[in-house]
Design a binder for this molecule. Structure first.
Ligand code: FAD
Ligand code: NAD
Length: 472
């Protein structure tokens, strides 16, 4: 076993979107940086999560759009091998040389191997051949190790070799019978994609009474209607009591409280993710881990002068764009502190995560939201008024296709007359979201928004309808 020692200004553990962006910002600020990556530069998002899932969903979404436009018809069923090939291209056939070259070209040092904290500003990396590299950071160590799936404690589950999101997004042969455990984002997106790509019997087992539990209830209801209309068996209020599968393979049987059971070729478990902190040795630094690595709004671990955490591992919002935002804050803060410059500018603090991150669920209908739901706003003590509107009544939306089903909801802070949150559910509503994000972030008074005139006949006329509904 060989040992090497290297000193740089900043060491980043994890080369996913968050880690890469920290590296980009600190190098731009004149610091040297090493990125430690155990698997693929680019992280979960690029190869197993956002990118492949959206590549698998897009044909389903477009096919649904076509089915709503009179005079158009698909020439045939979705060409599954072609879709899987397009997915493979989207993930660069799991070849990370493009992203590795980007890191190296910053320039930054890319150290391939598993990193852990070995002391004050010290990271130890074990490479795949067993060699150990010790990286000493002059200024900061940033944890950007992402998250891993939660495995529920269900008898027989682990032995039944369930699928997790990586198996679903990397699918080579779509199972005919699929059972999905969970009603969150991964469950909804992957159930719909795999059903459209050939799963003929798809069952969703949802613990609660609705899908997308963190969003406005109407969004999950519209989505459940659409999934059911597509032939997916969405079962609410279920409790899985056991899972069985013969050791030599064959179908998997999911046992439910009440005596029911579902047999399928594969079981996809999509019951959330937890921060990837195993093996980092945080406890040895005296850090108490309550699930995620807690950070302040400059992304620094409280009580430490040098340890930061960005992206999924800090548990703020498990979304790529939020991890990258945190990374920009974190990188710039580290640069400011390293150069002894003021570190308290507005751009050097995370103010977006606590307000309610923008998110798009890429199903049909799409669901997107930013800011607080009505329930969250009331819980936070705001004086709330909500307005809702059926998007099918907007001229631009009705022109998108027949049977356009959609709904919008705005949550208003009555005292300041600004938006606290906005949710849209409907076909192709994702691009409406950024206008809402600007309005919520900038706290644009409704009286000012009134003068932002939406073009006719675009779907964005929903903004006018919401304001009229409010009484303007
Ligand atoms: C199926 C699915 C679809 C998703 N779709 C979307 C979407 O459409 N939009 C969206 O915004 N978000 C989406 N997400 C969430 C998104 O993937 C994550 O929020 C994002 O990847 C987090 O980025 P990260 O850099 O924090 O972590 P990751 O992308 O997980 O990267 C962490 C990196 O750290 C490395 N690593 C971990 N531990 C070590 C160690 N000890 N030493 C060295 N390297 C280590 C890993 O190998 C990995 O490369 C999706 C998630 C899933 C599961
Ligand atoms: N388009 C996107 O933005 C996108 C897509 C996929 C994933 N993501 C992110 O990835 C993260 C993980 O997604 P996810 O869908 O796995 O998590 P999630 O937290 O969104 O949903 C988890 C679901 O599993 C259920 N659940 C939890 N424990 C259970 C148990 N023991 N038995 C039965 N059901 C159980 C929950 O009730 C919930 O319905 C999310 O935080 C999300 O932000 C984002």
């Amino acid at each position: 076993m060989t040992e090497q020692n290297t000193e740089v200004d900043v060491v980043v553990i994890g080369g996913g979107p968050a880690g890469e962006n920290v590296a980009g910002r600190v190098v731009r600020g004149g610091l040297s940086c090493a990125v430690v990556e155990d698997h693929l530069a680019g992280g979960e998002c690029s190869y197993y999560a956002c990118i492949p899932s959206k590549a698998l969903l897009r044909p389903m979404e477009l096919a649904a759009e076509v089915s709503r436009v009179r005079g158009l018809e698909l020439a045939g069923p979705i060409d599954v091998p072609a879709v899987l090939a397009a997915r493979d291209r989207a993930v660069a056939h799991l070849d990370d040389s493009g992203q590795a070259d980007w890191i190296i070209g910053l320039p930054a040092l890319l150290v391939r191997g598993r990193g852990r904290l070995a002391g004050d500003r010290l990271v130890e990396v074990t490479t795949h051949d067993g060699a150990v590299t010790r990286l000493r950071a002059r200024h900061a160590v940033v944890l950007a190790t992402g998250s891993v799936p939660v495995v529920p404690d269900v008898p027989g589950l682990a032995a039944a070799r369930p699928w997790f999101s990586r198996n679903a997004t990397s699918v080579r042969a779509v199972p005919s019978r699929l059972v999905v455990l969970g009603g969150g984002v991964v469950a909804c997106e992957m159930a719909q994609a795999l059903h459209a790509l050939g799963a003929t019997e798809t069952t969703m087992l949802v613990r609660g009474d609705r899908l997308l539990g963190r969003m406005e209830p109407f969004a999950g209801e519209l989505l459940a209607d659409s999934l059911r209309a597509a032939g997916i068996d969405v079962r609410m209020g279920t409790k899985v009591t056991g899972v069985e599968r013969a050791a030599d393979g064959g179908p998997v049987t999911v046992l439910l409280a009440g005596g029911d059971q579902v047999e399928a070729d594969e079981l996809l478990v999509a019951t959330g993710r937890r921060p990837a902190t195993d093996g980092l040795q945080l406890d040895e630094l005296g850090l108490e881990l309550n699930g995620a690595v807690q950070v302040d709004d400059s992304m620094r671990v409280p009580g430490s002068g040098w340890l930061y955490a960005v992206g999924d591992v800090n548990g703020r919002n498990l979304l790529t764009h939020m991890g990258k935002y945190q990374a920009r804050v974190c990188g710039d803060v580290i640069v400011a502190r390293a150069h002894g410059r003021p570190d308290d500018a507005l751009s050097l603090r995370d103010s977006a995560d606590g307000r309610g991150a923008p998110q798009v669920v890429f199903t049909d209908p799409q669901v997107c939201a930013v800011g607080r739901t009505e329930e969250a706003a009331r819980a936070d003590g705001f004086e709330v008024r909500v307005v809702e509107y059926d998007m099918g009544r907007v001229a631009g939306a009705s022109l998108q296709g027949e049977r356009y089903q959609g709904r919008a909801k705005a949550v208003v802070d009555e005292r300041r007359r600004v938006l606290l949150g906005v949710t849209f559910a409907g076909p192709a509503v994702a691009e409406l979201l950024h206008a809402a994000t600007i309005a919520v972030t900038a706290e644009v008074p409704l009286e000012t928004l009134w003068h932002a005139v939406p073009a006719f006949p675009a779907v964005s006329e929903i903004w006018l309808r919401l304001l009229e509904e409010y009484g303007l």
